[in-house]
Write a protein that binds this ligand. Structure first.
Ligand code: E4P
Length: 218
């Protein structure tokens, strides 16, 4: 399973990249606005830090402008993945960019029917938003299960399921159990995967007992 971090904060990306466990980055216009940075410079900076796919979202909603934006974003670095909304225009542009060999991430997916269209448009990734579905009382992980099942029925669907809008470690574990290819989560969620009180307690006891032996490995 691949881990992407969902942030536009370069310091967070650097910290996670240093662990060697980070496979990519996703951003969106809201995260970019929060960062206060110039979008194109920011994407270039992130692409320097991470070798894996870096999702950069178009901001137009019509196909013609979206295509131009996507082509411009893709020129920033070879690992840019153009993020497109799951609309008729977005899917049209997805197919065009895919035809040019550009990586794409079709975002704001909330139904299995939409995910089928993203795969047919040749998206590199489809991003179903589990947290936002849970927020309205729907079943986010149920959607992931349906998409994974559908994609497995067609070996010519090469689109990877990128679980987005992740709120905590339970979402990550459920996504892994379902066989989703990727999760993108805030840095705080990725870091929290490490935590278990019994690990801390066990390590403290081992350190204390080792000290009693008076020995040293080195
Ligand atoms: C994914 O690419 C999106 O940027 C993100 O996961 C949205 O998450 P949110 O629902 O927490 O805003």
């Amino acid at each position: 399973m691949k881990f992407f971090v969902d942030t536009a904060e370069v310091s967070e990306i650097r910290e996670l990249a240093a662990t060697g466990l980070l496979d990519g980055v996703t951003t969106n216009p809201s995260l970019v606005a929060k960062s206060g940075k110039q979008f194109l410079d920011l994407i270039a900076e992130i692409c320097d830090v991470v070798d894996g796919p870096v999702s950069a979202e178009v901001t137009a909603t019509d196909a013609e402008t979206m295509l131009k934006e996507g082509e411009k974003l893709a020129k920033i670095a070879p690992n840019v993945c153009v993020k497109l909304p799951l609309t008729k225009d977005g899917l049209f542009v997805c197919k065009r960019l895919t035809g040019q060999g550009i990586k794409t991430n079709v975002t704001l997916c909330f139904s299995p029917a939409q995910a089928i269209l993203a795969a047919k448009a040749g998206a590199t990734f489809v991003s179903p938003f589990v947290g936002r579905l849970d927020d309205i009382g729907a079943d986010g992980m149920g959607l992931i299960a349906e998409i994974v099942e559908i994609y497995q029925n067609y070996d010519y669907f090469t689109t990877e399921v990128l679980v987005a809008s992740v709120r905590g470690p339970a979402h990550v574990v459920s996504a892994a159990r379902l066989g989703a290819h990727v999760v993108t989560a805030p840095a705080s969620v990725i870091k929290s995967l490490l935590n278990h009180p019994l690990t801390d307690k066990g390590l403290a006891a081992f350190v204390a007992d080792w000290k009693k032996t008076g020995q040293s490995i080195l």
